[in-house]
Design a protein around this ligand. Sequence first.
Ligand SMILES: [Zn+2]
Length: 490
Amino acid sequence: MVNNGKSNVGIKLNKNRLNDGNNRRKISVKIRGLFYVFGVILIILLAFVVYSKATSKFRYDKFDDVVEINYGDKYSLKAPIVCYGSRISCGEVKATIKGKVDTRVIGEKTIEFIYKYKKKRLILKQKIIVKDLEAPKIVLNDEKIKVCPNGKVLKLDISVNDNLDGDITGKSKASLQGKELIVEVQDGSGNKSSKRFVVEPNDDEKPVVTINGKKEMSIVKGLDYVDQGANVKDNCDDQITIEKIGEVDVNTVGAYKVTYSATDSSGNSSSVERIINVKEREDGDKVVYLTFDDGPGASTQALLDVLDKYNVKATFFVTNQFPNYQHLIGEEAKRGHAIAVHSLTHKWNIYDSVDAYMSDFNAMNDIIEQQTGKRTKLFRFPGGSSNTIYCGHNKTAVQDIISAMNESGNVYFDWNLDSKDAGGAKNTAQVVKNVTSNMRNNSVVLQHDIKKFSVEAVEEIIKYGLNNGFTFKALDESSPAPHHGIHVCK
Ligand SMILES: [Zn+2]
């Protein structure tokens, strides 16, 4: 235990020396640490600078490269926001705009946004499409709307205006759905508009029935009654059937009533009446003479039957052009028709001289006498008394023939109503029209019984005449004779 103190001092000294060394070492560690930190920071900064340099570029968000603009709208171009730099630091770059937009011009235009940073350039393109995106506007001008139960619009006062097309009221379509009238319209660019109006569909208007032909008419007993019917018009319904009530007994004299009635789909109905008087035939003042030239021929028999059907008497100016039908001359006379000479040959050389004409006339009259038992004093010139052909044969022929014929008591007939069946009229309907539209008292009608289509017109002509108070008679020597006047040859 003696060495205890000494040994304690020695330990103390050693301890102090030890502490000094430790402190010095601690300081140098701190400095070294700081160097490290600075170094790292410097490296990081350097890395940043290098990184920034390496990744610098124009940067921008996604933008619409196609923009649609409504026609006429105000629009100013907006350049996409662009910066130049890295993710960390990026400076905004202003754009210069190349191109212009006029929203009053429909179509496409490409705008360029040009960005410059130092020597770097960026061009962004945007397609601007100006089109009509605006729907037309429907305006109701009058609150009163009238609609039929079937949807037909009777009154709808609207205006439809479109930014581009203007007034397109006429393009609107209305349809009824229950108690709503839906008006739809589409402009030329395909923009649609619709409007709904609450309506009360109804129809209290009667259909209008109008009679075809006369409201009161007369027909001769025994003739056919041809009903001309009636027409109907309705405010709502396009198709309405007419019911015809009443019959006409054409074989019994009397007044008959025919009623035409029509009812629309809402039950409104109306009717009109026609009175048909079936009368006995009366011999009035109005007389028509049907005359037929150039036969008999293939159609003559049918003609005789039609004339018989209506008990009508006519006059035949006969020829011998078709000898096989010669016997029909006798038949014509037997049935009460008048027979007259037209010509044996119907050749123009009959106008060579009075003798030539007389010889032809007499030869024909011989045949007539054979067929009927008597000669005739009635005749008609081939071509009519006003023909010009005779001038090429004998310049005074017609005048001379008339003088000679007058002396022997023969009478000639021209005509004052040409059916035009020898030229002009090409079918039955035209013959009917030509004759019926010109029928007057004392009409002497010219037809040819060798023309089938003309013969087929006779029944209608007779019906018309009988229903309009005419009586058909055959010509005789005292009948009024139309004369055309003689053509004077040069
Ligand atoms: Zn003739």
